[in-house]
Design a protein around this ligand. Structure first.
Ligand SMILES: [Zn+2]
Length: 1032
């Protein structure tokens, strides 16, 4: 197949210009003259690039002492040496809530819909859906073992074996009692077709198989109004809904209706199948290139040499050997890295390695840190680096003999030799100015302009701070937090407060020169909360009163950030600003903004400017903040346009979080805000961080997406990074990769802990390499792919017209699938749509991304909302982006109140709702409880304590606490869904056929969008047609 016609690298994912290729380096055997980093591989002055200190090594090998490593957490200091990693005891392996057991699967799920063969002899003239992957099934892969396979086997199961083999299927269990009244809008499973590829056994429901070569045909002509310049070779025919035209389907409507949605791949079925086969088990990371369970599957992860998928997830776990192959397949090679991910209590926290003043052991040439990929040789006196192949001398203090298989005798005693993830205590060489860092500080900065005082927001914030300051993060072995706190209020001037512990009253100092902010006091501004508690409470009581008579409507914004940063700078510490802000900053000052919201720009080449900051003040401010370890978190309470694209820039680039509460109303929204504030203050966070990705030879990191700042092409700088933030990294080949050595990735994050310790957090991951395209497709992870596509597209909206971005996404989806079809699938009718097993749900998820308001050019959607969602997605991890783009929809009327198991989710389509049902929908930002007009009265009584549907007051954002099982179970489910998410979701009660239902319907992402964007079925048809064109 000639690939040239359509293999166009998306312009926005091309590597940055100016990155020189590093020449491959082969064994220089420790020659000191080669000890430096290769060009482009290190930042000379940067802490991560700094050469290991020399000349300080003690002589002779020494056995590991008790201090050489400890475990982070409760046993951190002085713990006796112990062997590790002990597998967690079996009984601790229970997930944080009961796993979805196969027996809870609902009869909603079609046995056929994700079975190995989902062939559709469709009513839609020539379309076949076939997710059969026989062309790439290695011999010997059978159906999966039972889910009860013994633990600790290292799970040698091949990924998704069940669906690789024709005819071997994971069938959902028979319907259970979980389905309540009205729960089964689907036709019985006999309406669907199981079986093998090829001409399908016909039943009355199906038309004859299509004539080979026939395509989707007539209905899908390109819509001229919707699309601009075509990509190379790409004939776009994305149906309907996109700008320039009404949200219409291009095809004859009667054909659309006939395509049975149950016959196309179901995300729910894919999620449930993975849960059934891998949920509740121990997943050991002991083999290279192993595809982890889906991010929606609960299991216990055991580090046996590769980083947990909680820390790193890849778009594929098998890289193509050559860049030609990579170009042919068009599958992005990327890793989504969440270096501070929260680890459940039944998994082992990271060990802390301390080599004292020797510091971490690193390769002389590429500076990679000691890890399981280093090969010890010559009796243990030297080691070969897995990344650059350089042979290094083992430092004398680190020497250890090898056993009969060439492994160090202390292999299992040293985390850095046997684990995928661990931490190092950093030496002074890794600190700014070679001094230990000061503990970080939190500065609270409250907008006290008229409206915030008037609506009670200032009072709410001040009251809450009194409580949450008790919960400042601290090191686990410490009694109190080392974090100092400070307070500033502002409108168009700034008020600093002296809250020194020996004062009877707080003192206020006003800074009116907002053009060049200075810090009027050092002593007494940043204080220990415990010591100054009474003065601080005094202040927090007074602030709402102090400004009660203020009529000041105007605010500044950039000077606020500037003030916080200068204060941290003056105190010589990193830290975080918590800014509570409401309005467009129109007061005369740097960063002053005007209302430039212009809907006329939508669908023009200038639409991108709506996503760009309106002045470069914020960009340079962000740069300064990152340079001084100042992270900015912004709580926004807008009642009109506030220019999120400008205000949100500093939070985004400094690793902070942006929270937005539109038209904040005390009685409706305060709970959501307070939950966010508490969660944000308490969350695990590292400050003043710099991340470096090292790779084995043949490929390298070329592009980075996230809450990051980059001064050069390799150092990912972050003022702070917390447990919810992920950085997505794209890789490109610069040489051939070898199948036997694989592709190795090491992510090192140098950071300051909340206690003021400088540390290195290391995550290692080994991937396979193959010269077979089928291996590549077999190892893909669709959830990570969507995370990558979303971030690269949302980054591109700053520079490219949206229609071009949408075209690229559609094109690339078709390319990836066409390449599979051409090279990996077994021969079949050209008109069949064949999806690789690992990408079965790629089209539906891709369609969800295309329908997101960021990419949807519609004047109905607020510009601020689009800028906000764009920013949120840029830092999302895989689990959050999965939920965000494909919400969870649970049938609540099927609740088994005696069980703690969540009901099985259903597909996000209106056709799955029933008027006798109650459904809960969550996407990580929003939560809806949808009530059908004929909802069972006993449930309404149970949940709301009112006699009927008509009595339900929808003006509530939390459910009443009622002591009956329905209420308790539903509230428990809501808290489980909320628990793992970074944002507090506001609950909206929606009654069927009432106005707010329109908002809810936007989240039924398999349907045609309210503001455009095609249905899943239509999009699949479109992609199929595209593939057919590519294959022809
Ligand atoms: Zn090296």
């Amino acid at each position: 197949m000639s690939q040239q016609g359509y293999v166009a690298t998306p312009p926005y994912s091309q590597s940055q210009p100016g990155i020189g290729l590093s020449p491959p380096h082969y064994g220089h055997y420790g020659d000191p003259s080669h000890a430096g980093s290769p060009p482009g591989m290190m930042k000379p002055a940067g802490p991560l690039g700094a050469a290991a200190p020399g000349g300080m090594l003690p002589h002779g090998p020494s056995p590991p002492g008790p201090q050489q490593f400890g475990q982070n957490g409760a046993h951190a200091q002085g713990h006796p040496p112990q062997r590790f990693p002990g597998p967690p005891p079996v009984n601790s392996a229970a997930p944080s809530y009961a796993p979805y057991s196969p027996s809870t699967q609902s009869s909603y799920l079609s046995p056929a819909s994700t079975a190995s063969v989902t062939q559709l002899a469709s009513q839609l003239n020539a379309m076949h859906i076939n997710s059969y992957g026989s062309g790439m099934a290695p011999p010997g892969q059978g159906p999966p073992g039972p889910p009860s396979a013994p633990l600790f086997q290292g799970l040698p199961r091949p990924p998704q074996p069940s669906i690789m083999q024709p005819g071997s299927q994971v069938l959902p269990p028979p319907p259970t009692a979980l389905n309540g009244p009205g729960a089964s809008p689907l036709p019985p499973s006999t309406h669907r077709q199981d079986g093998l590829p090829g001409p399908a056994p016909l039943n009355a429901q199906y038309q004859p198989p299509p004539v080979p070569g026939q395509t989707l045909g007539t209905g899908y002509s390109p819509q001229q109004a919707s699309y601009g310049p075509q990509m190379a070779g790409g004939q776009l025919s994305y149906p309907g809904g996109f700008p320039g035209g009404p949200a219409q389907l291009a095809g004859p409507p009667q054909l659309q209706k006939k395509l049975d949605p149950d016959s196309i791949p179901s995300p729910i079925q894919v999620i449930e199948n993975d849960r059934a086969t891998r949920g509740g088990q121990v997943y050991a990371t002991n083999s290279r290139g192993q595809v982890p369970p889906l991010v929606t599957t609960d299991c216990v992860i055991q580090d046996q040499g590769n980083a947990s998928p909680r820390y790193i997830r890849c778009t594929t776990y098998c890289f193509p050997c050559t860049s030609d192959m990579a170009k042919q397949a068009q599958i992005p090679l990327a890793a989504v890295i969440k270096p501070f991910a929260t680890i459940p209590s039944n998994e082992t926290p990271l060990y802390l390695v301390n080599h004292g003043e020797n510091g971490p052991v690193r390769c002389n040439r590429c500076k990679a840190y000691m890890c399981p990929f280093m090969q010890f040789i010559e009796g243990g006196r030297r080691y070969q680096c897995g990344f650059c192949n350089c042979v290094n001398d083992v430092p004398p203090f680190y020497f250890q003999h090898l056993d009969h298989i060439g492994r160090r005798l202390d292999h299992y005693e040293k985390p850095e030799l046997s684990l995928g993830s661990y931490e190092y205590v950093a030496t002074l060489d890794y600190c700014r100015k070679n001094k230990p860092p000061n503990p970080p500080a939190f500065i609270f900065m409250i907008d006290v302009s008229y409206s915030n005082i008037k609506n009670g927001l200032v009072k709410l914030i001040c009251e809450e701070l009194k409580t949450v300051l008790e919960k400042l993060p601290k090191e686990e072995q410490e009694e109190t937090s080392a974090i100092r706190v400070g307070f500033i209020t502002y409108n168009k001037v700034l008020h600093f407060f002296n809250v020194k512990s020996n004062l009877a009253q707080p003192q206020m100092m006003v800074v009116t020169d907002v053009g060049e902010v200075f810090v009027p006091l050092l002593d007494g501004f940043l204080v220990n909360y415990q010591e100054s508690q009474s003065v601080i409470h005094n202040l927090l009581d007074q602030i709402p009163e102090m400004f009660a008579d203020s009529n000041e409507n105007e605010t500044v914004f950039a000077p606020v950030i500037q003030a916080g940063m200068e204060a941290l700078k003056a105190a010589d510490c990193p830290g975080k600003l918590f800014i509570f802000h409401s309005s467009l900053p129109t007061a005369e000052a740097p960063g002053k903004l005007k209302n430039r919201d212009d809907k006329k720009l939508i669908n023009t080449d200038k639409e991108k400017t709506l996503f760009q900051p309106q002045t470069n003040v914020y960009d340079s401010l962000a740069k300064d903040c990152v340079a001084h370890g100042c992270c900015v978190t912004l709580f926004l309470f807008p009642s009109q346009y506030v220019d999120v694209a400008s205000l949100g820039l500093v939070p985004q680039l400094t690793g902070g979080t942006l929270y937005k509460y539109n038209n904040f109303q005390m009685h409706m929204d305060s709970q959501q805000f307070l939950n966010d504030l508490r969660n944000d203050i308490e969350k695990k966070i590292g400050f003043d961080a710099i991340m470096r990705i090292r790779t084995s030879t043949g490929f390298r990191a070329t592009d980075f997406f996230g809450g990051i700042f980059m001064n050069n092409t390799t150092d990912v700088e972050m003022a702070a990074i917390d447990c919810d933030k992920a950085v997505t990294v794209e890789f490109k080949h610069d040489d051939k990769l070898a199948e036997d050595s694989g592709a190795l990735i090491q992510c090192a994050v140098l950071y300051t802990t909340t206690g003021g310790q400088r540390r290195l957090r290391i995550h290692n991951l080994s991937l396979n390499c193959s010269s077979q395209l089928a291996d590549l497709y077999k190892s893909c992870e669709t959830d990570a792919l969507i995370n990558f596509f979303a971030k690269s597209a949302f980054k591109a909206v700053l520079h490219q017209p949206l229609k071009v971005i949408r075209e690229i996404l559609v094109n690339q989806t078709a390319h990836m699938l066409a390449c599979y079809r051409k090279n990996c699938a077994s021969p079949s009718a050209a008109s069949q749509l064949i999806l690789p097993d690992s990408m079965k749900v790629l089209p539906v998820y891709m369609n969800c991304l295309l329908k997101n308001c960021v990419l949807l050019s519609r004047p109905e959607i607020s510009t601020d909302e689009r800028a906000y969602q764009r920013q949120l997605v840029m830092t999302m991890g895989v689990a959050d982006s999965q939920l965000f783009f494909y919400p969870q929809l649970l049938p609540i009327h099927t609740l088994d109140v005696k069980s703690t198991t969540l009901p099985t989710a259903i597909r996000c389509s209106e056709s799955r709702l029933s008027e006798e049902g109650i459904f809960l929908l969550a996407n990580g930002l929003n939560m809806f409880l949808w009530l059908g007009v004929s909802s069972p009265p006993e449930l309404i009584q149970g949940i709301f304590n009112v006699p009927s549907f008509a009595h339900i007051n929808t003006d509530m954002t939390t459910l009443p606490e009622i002591g009956n099982p329905y209420s308790q179970t539903l509230r428990m489910i809501i808290s489980i869904i909320q628990q793992k998410r970074p944002y507090s979701m506001k609950l909206t009660i929606v009654k069927q056929r009432e106005q707010p239902e329109m908002v809810f319907r936007q989240f039924l992402v398999e349907d045609k969008g309210l503001y455009g964007g095609s249905s899943y079925v239509d999009f699949l048809c479109c992609v199929h047609k595209e593939i057919c064109q590519l294959l022809n």
